[in-house]
Design a protein around this ligand. Sequence first.
Ligand code: CAA
Length: 259
Amino acid sequence: MAYETIIVEVEEGIATVTLNRPEVLNALNSLVFIELGEACANVGADDSVRVVIITGGEKVFAAGADIKQMALSTAVNVATSVRPSQATFNLIENLNKPVIAAIAGYALGGGCELTLVADVRIAAENAQFGFPEIKLGILPGGGGTQRLPRLIGAGKAKELIFSGDFISAEEALRIGLVNKVVPADQLLIEAKKMAKKFAARGAVAIQMAKTCVNEGLRMDLNMGLQYEHKCFSLLFATEDQKEGMKAFLEKRKPNFRGR
Ligand code: CAA
């Protein structure tokens, strides 16, 4: 399916969704959020897709929400206009398959918030992260004030949000904002390497593990452990569990079928 603001390619079970507004550093307007949501819902429903990569390519991830569009907003219509972005962020965070953000260049404001809803973040050495909203007289409104402290802790999150400063890929790695840093020309290669590793695992087990982590973060420890226990038990009803353990005992690689 052809989109105006993104490119979607599916190859060997890996869907790569590339933000495609280079003239404005991939600024995220409402059409991007609508198309991104639609594309992710489609790949989520496609059993042949095992892993999703979201990227902006080797130069820029996204310089935030589209300020030209936002500048026209009022307190009344901003509530309506942020709905597509919230819906898309939530959809990606809860997608039934792993999502890897492959980030080069700027990942600012809403762009950085988009990386926060991915399961794993891989940064190119040229990546820069930041929440410049404060310099515009607003705050991170795409989940940044909530997801960022959950990922890196409240102190570091507040420093980034209050200052609006940008940080390098190395600093992002140091504070746990990204999982790994790679040379820019290796970014998509590394993201696909990781995606292939995830794709070779049992899809149902990955999906449940993702749900356990995501839902567990919203519960207290006791509830989370109970939730984990239920998911763990349920996996013993899958063909993949039988195949995984049989393959181990037969000293061969498992052939998971996602059932
Ligand atoms: N929205 C709209 N257009 C943007 C944009 C944005 N967020 N970021 C960059 N652009 C546009 C610029 O206006 C410029 O367009 P023109 O050529 O038509 O002037 C083009 O992209 C290239 O940008 P620059 O010339 O500014 O490039 P630079 O290399 O000199 O600077 C930058 C790069 C530091 C990223 C700078 O563009 C910048 O500060 N951008 C805004 C970053 C920002 O404030 N992001 C947060 C947005 S608010 C938000 O995201 C809210 C939320 O929480 C959901």
